[in-house]
Design a protein around this ligand. Structure first.
Ligand code: N01
Length: 544
């Protein structure tokens, strides 16, 4: 195809979820032409792909949405923690209200991008051969778009159905009365187990690490009450709070250490967080030393364990799900929010195979074989997660100015400038990706704050007539150093978690998320603009 026929835009956004929607609205208001390419056939990002039974958010209403009064004034969520179906309705609503569809092409699987020095533009190509030139290229593909399937021997021989939670069939799956094997107890696994346990005939959970789940305390929201809250300014106040906390939630660590309180005070405090409030408060609104000090952490684990044991009757399951000795410090792997998980897994039709003791030796035509024997099943559900955080970007063939791809740039370890850009990849930003607060934050908050920074940057691009903007090597070096220091000060390195890539065999184990908190992250981003693009090199139309 001749270059004259290729469409040109100012900005190409990849992925149709929170990040790209908020950017689209901001950048087109500044006068840039913007286009979204989305791989799926509708918007909603991860909620398009992860439509498995029970999939829902772990952030409370009203902060799991775009922070825009024009939007929340006319849309009221019905639950404290929203499910995937309602999120899809929400994205539909935003699409119409913001006229997103005119700017979006669906079923566009971007698989390569090359920076064309002569034009100072990215040439982006999709799997179907569609090409587009974009001066600015912004992948908004999140941290969980490359699913992970462990190479279980014989998986291809299984004659029943196999489903991965991250590509669940859009038409749903009827599991009633079936014998099901479920592998994985991360957020997806926990949600699936508690949802399907009551309807399947037999459920066998193949578990490697118990999840230290927290009660979600889910509830329906009263529409009238929500309207009142909107009128009273509560929604604005909640959204404002997210700007001042470690993880972009509405709550934060207290300014006390664990042993500042007496045992009785501590018990009462923990109870209030975990049992009365529920959600992530026991993780993110607790004593400020919990994720830094092992002794403090032990106190949290012991309280958590006592609560969980009350809900399980089977002694074997008790020890597997809440062992005396924790597999890692509490909260250093993502705790999942559960609704009735412990009661469901305690049911007689649900069994657990500890695959540390009895690894999956083989998947046969009719089931799974371990040292304990052969389990016959009709369906296998893989809730085995993702090549998280870096996998989304590294799987694309995005080539920088020195010819290497992002995967090449990261061959000795992940490197970014402020978790938003990289040297050698000019005119490219990425949101909700590696080395940002990403997995240590509420997604809509993180993307909102990054998008605000991108908007400010584009205002500067417009004002100065910038045609090329690239992070400096010093900026990347500095960020990697700071990122490592923040990480090493915490207990996170002690868990074999996807936070540091340890879930993928052979992958380098390294910090993939910024553990220094949202406030410092946003301040760092803003400092670079306040100091006249410190950490960036740029060219203007006249120079280029
Ligand atoms: O993935 P995971 P996920 N053999 O990686 C196990 C977001 N999310 O899809 O812990 C056997 O957490 C693995 O075991 P182990 C959210 O941020 C949010 O559940 O490594 N098992 C683990 O149990 C979330 O945290 C929601 O020992 C193997 C499981 O598979 C993130 O996405 C809902 C194995 C994978 O868990 C990822 O969640 C869903 C093997 N070879 C997802 N390899 C919300 O609620 C892996 N496992 C918002």
């Amino acid at each position: 195809m001749g270059s004259q026929q290729i469409e040109e835009v100012d900005v190409l956004l990849v992925g149709a979820g929170f990040s790209s929607f908020t950017l689209l609205n901001r950048l087109r208001k500044l006068g840039f032409s913007v286009r979204i390419f989305e791989k799926g056939s509708a918007a909603s990002g991860v909620w398009w792909w992860n439509c498995y039974p029970g999939a829902r958010v772990d952030t409370d209403t009203p902060i799991y949405q775009l922070f825009d009064k024009e939007l929340w004034e006319d849309f009221t969520f019905t639950e404290r923690y929203v499910g995937w179906k309602e999120l899809r309705r929400y994205f539909d609503y935003v699409e119409k209200k913001w006229n997103v569809r005119d700017h979006t092409s669906f079923n566009m699987n971007v698989d390569s991008a090359v920076f064309d020095e002569s034009r100072q533009q990215w040439l982006v190509e999709c799997a179907d051969g569609t090409e587009i030139y974009a001066r600015w290229f912004i992948p908004c593909i999140g941290f969980a778009s490359k699913r992970y399937t462990p190479p279980f021997p014989g998986l291809g021989n299984f004659k029943g159905d196999i489903y991965h939670t991250a590509v669940w069939p859009q038409h749903g799956v009827n599991l009633k009365g079936k014998r099901v094997a479920e592998i994985g107890t991360g957020a997806s696994g926990i949600q699936v187990i508690q949802e399907i346990g009551p309807v399947v005939k037999e459920l066998t959970v193949f578990m490697r690490t118990p999840n230290m789940c927290l009660p979600m305390n889910q509830r329906k929201l009263d529409p009238k009450e929500e309207e009142e809250k909107k009128k009273s300014g509560w929604y604005e106040r909640e959204m404002e709070k997210t700007r001042h906390t470690f993880a972009g939630f509405t709550y934060d660590f207290v300014q006390r250490n664990t042993f500042d309180d007496t045992p009785e005070e501590r018990e009462k405090f923990y109870h209030n967080l975990m049992v009365d409030h529920g959600g992530f408060m026991f993780w993110l609104a607790t004593y400020k030393d919990m994720l830094f000090d092992l002794k403090a952490n032990e106190q949290a684990y012991n309280f958590w364990r006592r609560q969980v044991l009350k809900r399980i009757t089977d002694p074997k399951k008790q020890e597997l799900l809440a062992p005396k000795v924790p597999p890692h410090p509490w909260g250093t792997k993502r705790p999942s929010l559960e609704q009735r998980f412990y009661e469901v897994i305690d049911q007689p039709n649900v069994s657990i195979v500890d695959i540390n003791k009895s690894p999956i030796e083989e998947v046969t035509a009719t089931g799974l074989k371990t040292k304990e024997g052969h389990v016959e099943v009709d369906v296998i559900i893989l809730a085995t997660g993702f090549d998280s955080v870096t996998g989304s970007l590294a799987q694309l063939n995005i080539q920088g100015t020195k010819g290497g791809t992002i995967a090449d740039h990261w061959k000795d370890g992940t490197r970014t400038a402020m978790g938003i850009a990289m040297p050698e990849f000019p005119n490219m930003f990425f949101l909700y990706g590696p080395q940002a607060p990403t997995a240590f934050s509420s997604g809509p908050s993180c993307t909102q704050f990054q998008a605000e920074w991108v908007e400010r940057t584009f205002q500067m691009i417009k004002d100065k007539g910038i045609t090329r903007l690239e992070a400096t090597q010093e900026s990347e070096d500095d960020w990697c150093k700071r990122l490592r220091e923040e990480w090493d000060a915490t207990l996170f390195p002690m868990a074999k978690s996807w936070y540091q890539g340890a879930n993928i065999p052979g992958r380098k184990v390294e910090p993939l998320n910024w553990a220094g908190g949202m406030v410092e992250y946003v301040a760092t981003l803003n400092r670079s603009l306040d100091n006249d693009l410190q950490g960036w090199k740029y060219a203007t139309a006249v120079q280029s």
